[in-house]
Write a protein that binds this ligand. Structure first.
Ligand SMILES: [Fe+2]
Length: 510
């Protein structure tokens, strides 16, 4: 039997005297933290590129390359000069012999010795390889891809969300890293978690070390090195269920620290002075040819409190921007990277909303957006969603309480990669209740862990829910627990007959 990281943490807590159990405990020195992290299975690449490499935010002719120098990943300060020169190169071959772009950038102590290189002048829809060099050392070679243009026959992408480190192993990322048919990865948030039984993150150094611990997982590093990522965030990158900026100064300082550490550790494209830290604009719009447009939402930074008649989850500026995007859409599949559930979720027939931290806490705005989207003729609309640690497939309607309100799209809510879901007994009891209380809900499965793999063609949008055989085992086999399709021009998803016999706690059409 394999022990997961949570079991190890619990065992250390039970032992009491083992104060050095959790590598992010306040006041722990780098050496003890390193040993504690190794006890949880962490390992890093050779210094100074311990945290690996990544690429992100592909455009047709540009991609952002990322690395962060951290010779002592869990130390408060790095044994580096304030500015370190980092050389980079992009090649069309993995041996890095056919270099098409190269340069040097400064890694500054002010941004944790991270670098974000926007490489321009690349060819659309092409694979590239890249590598960094600094202090006489070379990084591993990463692989990336630019966005395609024109009439594309297919796009394949994976979504990830909710990867609590101590809750399990990243076997899904192992599969993503090995799948060379994937064009890009979308991360829907809860990349790090701010809290364990043994400590909570508050300062820039706290959050930096959390990111460094997570990137001590070789499978996470491999998934970054294998594909370009588009990322958004949810709450746990800062703190559970936080809302916007309407809080006191200590919270704003904490949020700024968390946002900065997140930026430092991700392949993010943030351009322009008006989008800079500590409150970067991360909502954005990206396109893969005529086939797919990706609307990346930020549902945390600008939100008001929940359950207000004039509340907002988007903020006024992002809301107008989203309506403009819908109005100016390309005509391909219109996809939202949506960190938290969009559809309505009542606990049962006539029951209340289960969680108002999700879009259910912002009813007026949701209804307004979906009503105006429908009026604008939005079709072929799919939302890929995280947060819930369980899988849902549901129809999207402007008015969820009115079954004659038209279906205008589909929401796929993915399993978490590791973060704990409800118990199997809770899922068994509540799956049928949720189905009965939510006529738009097609499917619910809460007992598994994994990621969603999407295959998009001009005719069809397909979601494969990939799940691990054992959350505690990084080498565990992955399999498909359910496959769903949406046909172009016809709103509403249907399950592939091949998976209808596999276990789930609710199916509207068994
Ligand atoms: Fe989560």
């Amino acid at each position: 039997m394999s022990l997961n990281r949570r079991d190890l943490l619990a065992a250390a807590l039970a032992a009491g005297a083992m104060g050095a159990a959790w590598p992010l405990m306040p006041g722990m020195g780098p050496k003890a933290a390193h040993a504690a992290a190794q006890a949880l299975g962490a390992s890093w690449d050779p210094a100074p590129f311990t945290l690996g490499v990544g690429s992100g935010d592909p455009l047709p002719t540009s991609v952002v390359l990322w690395t962060r120098l951290a010779p002592q990943p869990l130390a408060d300060t790095q044994p580096l000069s304030d500015i370190v020169q980092v050389d980079w190169a992009v090649s069309t071959d993995p041996a890095m012999t056919a270099v098409v772009a190269s340069g040097s950038v400064a890694a500054s102590v002010l941004l944790g010795h991270s670098v974000h290189v926007p490489v321009h002048g690349l060819t659309p829809g092409q694979r590239y390889y890249y590598q960094f060099a600094a202090l006489g050392q070379k990084s591993v070679v990463g692989r990336t891809k630019t966005a395609g243009v024109g009439a594309l026959s297919q796009v394949r992408f994976a979504t990830l969300n909710c990867q609590n480190y101590q809750s399990g192993e990243y076997s899904g990322m192992r599969e993503i890293a090995a799948d060379s048919s994937i064009d890009f990865v979308v991360h829907l948030g809860d990349y790090t978690y701010e809290h364990t039984e043994l400590g909570t993150q508050y300062t820039l150094n706290d959050y930096r070390k959390a990111h460094a611990l997570y990137k001590g997982d070789p499978l996470l590093r491999a998934a970054h090195a294998a594909h370009p990522w588009y990322l958004t965030w949810d709450d746990h990158e800062v703190v559970n269920d936080y809302s916007g900026s309407s809080a006191d100064a200590p919270f704003m300082a904490r949020r700024a620290a968390a946002y900065q550490a997140w930026y430092e550790n991700q392949p993010l494209r943030i351009d322009g002075t008006d989008t800079a830290l500590p409150d970067p604009q991360i909502y954005r719009y990206r396109q893969w040819g005529d086939l797919l447009e990706l609307v990346v939402l930020d549902l945390r930074q600008y939100r008001s409190a929940q359950n207000l008649s004039d509340g907002t989850i988007l903020g006024a500026t992002q809301k107008q921007w989203l309506l403009d995007r819908i109005g100016g859409r390309s005509g391909g599949w219109h996809v939202w990277a949506n960190s938290i559930m969009l559809g309505q979720l009542r606990s049962g027939p006539g029951g209340g909303y289960m969680f108002t931290d999700q879009w259910d806490g912002f009813l007026t705005e949701r209804k307004d957006i979906l009503t105006r989207a429908h009026a604008a003729g939005l079709s072929d609309f799919v939302t890929v969603t995280g947060d819930w640690h369980s899988a849902f497939v549901q129809d999207l309607r402007p008015d969820f309480d009115n079954t004659s309100s038209p279906v205008i799209g589909t929401e796929f809510v993915a399993h978490s990669i590791t973060s704990s879901a409800y118990s199997s007994s809770w899922n068994a009891a509540n799956g049928p209740k949720m189905g009965a209380g939510n006529p738009h809900l097609q499917y619910f499965e809460g007992n598994r862990y994994g990621y969603d793999l999407y295959h998009v063609t001009p005719q069809r949008f397909t979601a494969h829910m990939r799940v691990t055989a054992d959350r505690a085992d990084p080498s565990a086999a992955m399999s498909t627990v359910s496959t769903w399709h949406v046909d172009r021009g016809r709103a509403g998803a249907y399950e592939d007959p091949a998976t209808k016999s596999l276990p789930a706690q609710y199916r509207r059409n068994p």
